[in-house]
Design a protein around this ligand. Sequence first.
Ligand SMILES: [Zn+2]
Length: 386
Amino acid sequence: MILFSNFFTNINFLKIALISFFLVFVSSEANSNNDLNKIRISYDDNTSKLRVVFDANKKINYVLSSDNKKNTIKIDLKNIVTGKKFSRPKIEKKYIEFLKLTKNKNNLKFFIKPNGEFQYKYFSLEPKNNYGYRLVLDIFIETDTVKEFTKKVKKIKKGKIVIAIDAGHGGKDPGAVGRSGTLEKDIVLSISKKLYNLLKKEKNIKPVLIRNKDYYIPLRQRIKKARRYKADLFISIHADAAHNRKAQGSSVYVLSQHGATSEAAKWLANKENSSDLVGGVSIDDKENDLAQVILDLSQSATIETSIKASSILLSKLGKISKLHSKNIEQAGFVVLKSPDIPSILVETAFLSNRKEEKKLRTKKFQNNVAKALRDGIVEIIKKGII
Ligand SMILES: [Zn+2]
């Protein structure tokens, strides 16, 4: 059985990291001495995760606090005795800048400064198999070294960065219709193919088209297809429409937090969907609380990455087109809802605007959009964002 602090089950960790400077959580129970056998520290290069496990004979009584300004976590473990066998955990400099253990009577202070910005979660575990009571602290670090390492692993694993290009609509769904009858599905397919051909020339990129002809694919099917391709980035290409005929310019969307929250609930409700989630971390065999946390962490990180990536695309689009909005928009679009694939929706221009409809039909503008997106994607990869 996995126990969680109630507070943590319901909120998003990233938000905590951003808005709070100092947090204190107190666990209750236990006052007689507790034998701390070991502190284990393990590292996972693929996820940049640092896991600290405190092994004890009884349920650990502790106070955990984090200081986000100083980038530190402190845990006061109460009523702790350490036997002769107890030894300090080994530290890997790549992940930990500083770790300190101090003992004052029966209280042990654990102080850690991970190497770089981080998010964290923690939970208690009851005895199971060969293990006794445990307090687990998971720290997800973002360091350049780790980023570089992860990228290398990714390259070794997959060879190329996979970009899924999703031409919006198709088949029975024409999308927006221009005043002279231009269909969104045709324009965006043409731009998508151009982008595909440009990306194919890049050595380290493997582009895939979610649809390459005029047929209908349900939205969730598009996400599934991207996952099957093991996409590193998903870009859905569209042309906008508005009641206001004067509306014009390009815009870029990523998933909103609200859309993410409702999506996480859906994934959890459907355990079958969740089995291949989050970089090989299956959540279907875990308690729902933990699953929620994994999803939250994954989705938050994915949205973060999507925002970083989309701001580059937006600036590239700004060079070849007017921008409808200078900011990245956030919405609950279904195609953006992969919990673990950064996803961006690009509205190239307005089909409902007579001038832009004309422009959207030209090979020149279609090429310009494709080139701008290609340049953006190349920069996103160069900067190590994906
Ligand atoms: Zn559309």
